[in-house]
Design a protein around this ligand. Structure first.
Ligand code: DGL
Length: 283
């Protein structure tokens, strides 16, 4: 049995790496749906279906809990799958299984509040507004999940999403740092022009972008706070496992990497981020 980690491609490795540091003895199976990446420009129903198929593959391979290390899948597919599909999977497999997303932990980290917190709106005057910029895919931006969920909890945070279509695809292809820098700079600047200033806090709301977190940090002013999803997700998962002891997660420290796309070594960009060459097996 294992923890499954799912993404459209290599972006979820950023979350996987942090989770394996946090739970080193657990077994992990990573699945990249590279045959269909990037997800950011796909229609909602297609994202739901691809995410369902990916999770099914991970359960089949022995995962008990699947972490959707993908904002796009978490924003578009997670609730549907949890509500309409997971109960049937539990019954069919006869064991506890679940799918968890990465947006809830990110919003908890960005607001400093637990997900269950309900704002008591008394119409108090807001003294200062902090601006949060969310760099994400077009599908995540269109879902407005960050704007809606942060606003429910913190009226003093103004959220602006900046869709970066094409960036996840470039990272997936292993584009050069120079090429990636041009695109990152363009989006950081586009957001600055739209807001009238740089955001106080930035959320890298697409796991692929964490691979080029250094480029975002360089493009943003030095005082800007950056919310890193891998840490937020690992913290939340630790709390989740403290409350839920029913999942079998293995204890042999196994690491499997599967792809629906071209198996074999990943790009230099991935190896550089990973610190060693990384080879994917066919899913
Ligand atoms: N890494 C994913 C995310 O966090 C998906 C990027 C894509 O496939 O467009 O949104």
């Amino acid at each position: 049995m294992a923890i499954g980690v799912f993404d459209s491609g290599v972006g979820g490795l950023t979350v996987h790496r942090e989770l394996t540091r946090r739970f080193p003895e657990r077994n992990f199976i990573y699945l990249a749906d590279q045959a269909h990446a990037p997800y950011g420009g796909l229609a909602g129903e297609r994202i739901v279906e691809l995410t369902r198929v990916g999770c099914e593959r991970l359960f089949e391979a022995g995962a008990s809990v699947v972490v959707l290390a993908c904002n796009t899948a978490s924003a578009i597919a997670l609730r549907r799958l949890q509500q309409t599909w997971i109960p049937e999977v539990r019954e069919r497999l006869g064991r506890p299984v679940n799918v968890l997303g990465i947006i809830v932990p990110t919003i908890e980290a960005a607001t400093g509040l637990p997900w269950t917190y309900e704002a008591d709106r008394k119409g108090d005057k807001i003294e200062a507004i902090d601006v949060t910029g969310v760099f994400c895919t077009a599908a995540t931006a269109m879902s407005r999940v960050y704007e809606i969920e942060i606003d429910k909890r913190r009226e003093d945070l103004a959220v602006f999403s900046e869709p970066c279509p094409g960036l996840a695809g470039l990272i997936e292809l292993g584009a050069s740092p120079e090429e990636l820098k041009v695109v990152v700079d363009e989006h950081v600047d586009a957001l600055r022009r739209r807001i009238g200033r740089h955001p106080d806090t930035a959320i890298l709301g697409c796991t692929h972008y964490e691979i080029v977190a250094d480029l975002f940090a360089a493009a943003l002013p030095s005082g800007a706070k950056v919310i890193h999803q891998p840490t937020a997700v690992a913290d939340a998962l630790e709390r989740y496992f403290q409350r839920h002891g029913e999942y079998e997660l293995g204890a042999a420290g196994r690491r499997d990497f599967l792809t629906t796309g071209k198996a074999g070594p990943q790009t230099d960009l991935v190896s550089q981020f990973w610190g060693a060459p990384l080879v994917f097996d066919p899913a």
